[in-house]
Design a protein around this ligand. Structure first.
Ligand code: PGA
Length: 257
């Protein structure tokens, strides 16, 4: 973390978990455990159908609501899809884009991620852009090249003035839902490389201000060590974000004086 230059953001990613009636009890518990985190922004990204319940349940708190995906088109004949405007109109603030599960199961590519980033920014949403390598790619020693390409493509034609809205999440695929966390040094190395890419595209001032999260089996036990790294500005948390006590402990780790 480096609170002097950028926001620390702790974001939960519920994935396809929780039904709408579970949202309020979850919110009440989380609010009681972490009433007013001072040093970090807290986000809960929920399935589309849970968005209205989440907005209502967290209305009187500092927790912002995010979605887990969006369609890259503004509107039209795209049966079953959800646009950036629809999310923004409900009060959604963040949207996860290009999560590895979407890349793997729903054919999302760096190019579609770029289109979605533009759609989100156009509606005033803050994209949380996910990048990350597979175990095979890490073992081939091409992690940094691959991540560089993912970041450059995701940000193609994004103007400098919109960069203060963009969050990047480094999520090594081999660490997601596996209980296998990247070491703090491994995670920081890639987050720092991502910042260097942003520096090469937008200059030092903007690179210094961008929030770069780590994601992949972050939990209440390892969060403090990961967040102590200079280039890790928060977390994107799956499994542990479904348990208020664990998620709250991660928020607390981001709020150490
Ligand atoms: P995990 O998921 O914390 O359950 O590994 C992280 C993510 O996929 O965003």
């Amino acid at each position: 973390m480096n609170r002097k230059y950028r926001k620390t953001i702790i974001a939960g990613n519920w994935k396809m978990n929780m039904v709408a009636s579970q949202v309020k009890p979850f919110a009440d518990e989380l609010k009681a455990l972490s009433p007013r985190p001072k040093w970090c922004e807290t986000v809960v990204c929920v399935p589309f159908v849970n968005v209205p319940a989440a907005i209502k349940a967290f209305k009187d708190s500092r927790v912002a609501i995010g979605a887990e995906n969006l369609n890259e088109n503004a509107k039209g004949a795209y049966t079953g899809e959800v646009s950036a405007d629809m999310l923004a109109d409900l009060g959604v603030k963040y949207v996860i884009i290009g999560h590895s599960e979407r890349r793997q199961y729903y054919g999302e590519t760096d190019i579609s991620v770029n289109k979605k980033v533009h759609a989100a920014l156009g509606a005033g949403l803050q994209p949380i852009v996910c990048v990350g390598e597979s175990l095979e790619q890490r073992e081939l020693g091409i992690t940094i090249e691959l991540i560089t390409l993912q970041v450059k493509t995701a940000l193609a034609n994004v103007p400098a003035e919109k960069m203060r809205k963009v969050v990047i999440a480094y999520e090594p695929i081999w660490a997601i839902g596996t209980g296998k966390t990247a070491t703090a040094e491994q995670a920081n190395e890639v987050c720092s490389a991502i910042r260097a890419v942003i520096r090469s595209l937008y200059g030092a001032r903007i690179a210094r201000a961008v929030t770069i999260q780590y994601g992949g089996s972050m939990n209440d036990k390892n969060a403090a060590e990961l967040l102590a790294q200079p280039d890790i500005d928060g977390g994107l948390i799956g499994g542990a974000s479904l348990v208020p006590a664990k998620f709250s402990a991660i928020i607390d780790a981001a709020n150490q004086e």
